[in-house]
Design a protein around this ligand. Structure first.
Ligand SMILES: [Zn+2]
Length: 523
């Protein structure tokens, strides 16, 4: 009995903390007490063995799942992060996340298999009858069961039982998924609100604005920002050609470490919590822009909250999940088509997968120039004691950036060249939803809410007239990007606020509150 309790306790301790450990141990107790009861028939012994094993493994699985989430995402299973991610993804995507952490997963599975074998042996060792149960044992059992019944009598305790907890959890996921799919009404409201604000375009003549939002790009890995691997040769050529017309915002930060909140913030001008938030796309449409949303993501929530506000919506990635190998370059034809559309005012939003994990799926097979020789980056990582698997992920990540450089510079090239003869205003903005940790601060790879690398993003602006180059050194936050885009779109509406557009002379920086301490927002 003590042995079985110990097997379950190991996992309980790993997955829970503080008072919860004791609560779960009490919830575990009643069935374990059965072992002390002498059984006569072999069938009853067998039944007890199976029941006990299942019982112990339930607690072990629960502990292992929680410990895994805690270790990999610093998250609880019923937290918004995990619930949202599960409600918003599908089996394939879930599998992808597990793949990213496969070492950890294998370790946990091995531990569970070991525990399962041990628990099976131990649960066969219950008392056999006929035998007299000593008085002290009867008393001990009664006391144990009394204490355990307290645990079961209390609702908050009972809810922690793995069976209760995980069935509630499944229900929460379902409810959330239903909410996400029912947002048409909300979008109608957003559009009506935008009309009420009476937005106008303050500049006459044709206007084309392209917004490229990418995923998981850390600016520290871009040659354009001084990285020692040549990951952005094409953008650097563009920069030389564009001269004063292009702005590389050196100190760009996201304020969210994952896609959903980042996009929500970006399109709501940094105030999604406001009672009546405006949405950039709705305002642009209300002012007379024809809006496109083209995406290489397959994401229900983004589609519902943002994409469906556009006039034209194109999801080229028909394989669900970010595990799909659909390359961002697939979008280039769509972008060209949109730019050639006869509408006078166009806003084209392009949503790329960028370097979202898996990095190896974000560039064409075999095109990794960074994995064959030891360069300065590799040597530095070795010096910093980074593990081989992180260094290998870094090579893949940088190869993804190199392909990304091709796609992004093509979007800029298309914006610069199509419609050049017709005059009118043209602008292009590029930024990442959040950063990425790939061995920058430790042996970790992935989204990183608790390190700076999770927030260090690139942000570039181009337009067909000179930009105030001093703005390049200003710190910039992605949740304010809407204010800058409003200028590129020449939008004016009731309730507009100065000071948050990084291109404006009256720009007033306020550092964002991040879950991580940032030494300085200006390098
Ligand atoms: Zn993202």
């Amino acid at each position: 009995m003590a042995g079985l309790a110990a097997v379950a306790a190991v996992f309980i301790v790993l997955g829970h903390d503080g008072r919860r450990v004791a609560q779960l141990l009490l919830l575990l107790l009643p069935l374990l007490a059965w072992l002390a009861w002498p059984l006569r028939s072999t069938a009853a012994m067998r039944l007890r063995r199976v029941a006990l094993w299942t019982w112990v493994m339930l607690f072990a699985l629960d502990g292992a799942a929680r410990a895994f989430l805690l270790d990999s995402y610093q998250a609880a299973p019923d937290g918004a992060l995990v619930l949202g991610a599960v409600a918003n993804s599908n089996g394939r995507e879930g599998g992808e996340y597990l793949w990213l952490h496969w070492r950890t997963v294998v370790l946990w599975l091995a531990a569970l298999a070991g525990a399962g074998t041990l628990a099976w042996r131990l649960s066969g060792r219950g008392r056999r009858g006929p035998a007299q149960t000593p008085r002290w044992l009867v008393i001990a059992l009664v006391i144990a069961l009394l204490i355990a019944s307290v645990a079961y009598a209390s609702k908050p305790w009972r809810r922690l039982h793995p069976l209760a907890f995980w069935s509630n959890w499944a229900q929460s996921v379902q409810t959330l998924a239903a909410d996400m799919a029912d947002q048409q009404r909300e979008r109608d409201e957003v559009l009506a609100r935008a009309k009420q604000a009476a937005p106008v375009i303050t500049r006459s003549g044709p206007s084309t604005v392209v917004l490229v939002i990418t995923d998981s790009i850390n600016r520290d890995n871009m040659g354009l920002y001084g990285y020692r691997r040549a990951t952005t040769p094409r953008l650097q050529v563009q920069q030389r050609q564009a001269g004063e017309n292009m702005l590389v915002l050196r100190n760009a930060w996201s304020v969210d470490a994952s896609t959903l909140p980042a996009l929500r913030n970006m399109f709501a001008f940094g105030r999604p919590e406001e009672a009546q938030p405006q949405h950039l796309l709705a305002l642009a449409r209300a002012a007379g822009y024809k809006v496109w949303w083209m995406s290489n993501h397959d994401d229900v929530a983004i589609e519902q909250q943002h994409a469906r506000l556009a006039d034209v919506v194109e999801f080229v990635n028909r394989t669900p999940g970010r595990a799909s190998a659909s390359l961002d370059g697939e979008l280039l034809d769509c972008i060209q088509e949109a730019l050639e559309d006869p509408a006078e005012r166009k806003l084209v939003v392009v949503h790329l997968l960028g370097a979202h994990p898996h990095y190896r799926l974000r560039y064409p097979g075999g095109q990794n120039p960074f994995d064959d020789e030891v360069d300065a980056v590799e040597s530095q990582m070795v010096k910093d004691g980074r593990a081989a698997w992180v260094r290998s992920f870094r090579q893949d990540y940088d190869a993804a950036l190199l392909y990304h450089d091709f796609v992004v510079s093509e979007t800029l090239q298309l914006t610069r060249s199509i419609g050049r003869g017709q005059g009118g205003h043209r602008a292009w903005m590029y930024l990442s939803d959040h950063g990425q940790e790939v061995g920058h601060g430790g042996d970790r790879a992935g989204h990183s809410p608790h390190t700076e690398s999770g927030y260090r993003i690139p942000a570039l602006v181009w337009r067909n007239e000179p930009l105030h180059q001093a703005a390049a050194q200003r710190p910039f936050r992605a949740d304010w990007a809407g204010w800058t885009l409003a200028e590129l779109l020449h939008l004016r509406w009731n309730g507009q606020e100065p000071g948050r557009n990084v291109l404006a002379p009256d720009y007033r920086w306020q550092p964002p509150v991040l879950p991580v301490k940032v030494k300085s927002f200006v390098d």
